[in-house]
Design a protein around this ligand. Sequence first.
Ligand code: GLN
Length: 456
Amino acid sequence: TEACLGEIESAGALNAFVHNTPEIARTQAAAADARIKAGDAPDMCGIPLGIKDLFCTKGVPSQAASNILKGFKPEYESTVTSQLFDAGAVMLGKLNMDEFAMGSSNETSAYGNAVNPWRRDGSETALTPGGSSGGSASAVAADLCLAATGTDTGGSIRQPAAFTGITGIKPTYGRVSRWGVVAFASSLDQAGPMTKDVRDAAIMLEAMCGHDAKDSTSADLAVPNFEAMLTGDIRGKTIGIPREYRMDGMPEEIEKLWAEGTEMLKAAGAKIVDISLPHTKYALPTYYVIAPAEASSNLARYDGVRYGHRAKLAAGDGITEMYEKTRAEGFGHEVQRRVMVGTYVLSAGFYDAYYNRARKVRTLIKRDFEEVFAAGVDAILTPATPSAAFGLGEMSEADPIAMYLNDVFTVTVNLAGLPGIAVPTGTDSQGLPLGLQLIGRPWEEGDLLNTAYALE
Ligand code: GLN
């Protein structure tokens, strides 16, 4: 804990941590020490973590990297963080992210973006750590903490993990409680661990999982000992390679990485099969209707009355002006764009054409996966991202669609509610990390982690 606190002090330029909590960390570390001495030490005991700013942490600023939550200190602890603390984990502070987890580069954060500790060979250009869990990825990659929490609505754990050379898993929808996690798109959001390797991911995921009566979508299922399932033996497993993920214009380096990953799994004894997920091409437009629709509804609660920021009002302003001014000042551009898209697709005249249509296509996307799994496929191997980390400012806000294309390999997994993991498997010609993604059957995170372990 002390070593991490020191690293955080000297790595301010990464802008990964946005609130440091050294007093809490030292108190928790001392308690963990006592537990270890008493011989009562769970696996997470004394492990210093960073916590994404999207998690409500009692008495500690929890702002979802938004100005509208400025000064918000929750009265309660999220289920995930309280389970981690019960298991002895230590909180070093809160981590940077895209505002309300909307973004792929950390550049929508009200704190300014976090920075990727990696550089292209011979270049000083600052790169994005990805998003939205960019602070988590940057902090783990730069050794500011041993692991971090992330959340993933359309790729926000897996894409930043791939951009920084770390491991990140999005569990099956319902595996991890969403209670106390600031809501973005409630039917897609899942929290998960971001760690240095697959073993750490298995250990931390187990501590985060479990049924929670406070989340109506939380699954009442036993949580396996994921670490014990890491045998590295994947003989006889069937791995599917989906042809629709071979996109036009995919960089050769990504093709090569994917081919190498396939060979590694084959060499480990897996059977490789070509598969088809025919509705893949509709995934991005479907996601960018459903996610903004849910976001516009979830974000209606930031009204200047209940939480955080309230605009200064002029004489004669009424409640409408108070809402308008507060939301105009408090929300950044990307969040405003999502709220507008969301309210549009939900509006009476367009509901059937957009939102209802997107819900139907979502079912088809889910069915594609169900058919492949029913045919005997155990896991699906794809690239995690269409490129390595890009330069900050390189994908300008002028073209939001270019930024949305980053999520092309990851959003299908959230739409179908499946577990997906990003594992670092190589580097590009400029020395930047690249990752592959494995997608598993629902509730089979243990098998998925074991397959990822064979790829590591
Ligand atoms: N990049 C995607 C978006 O902006 C995914 C974000 C996420 O998973 N939280 O919506």
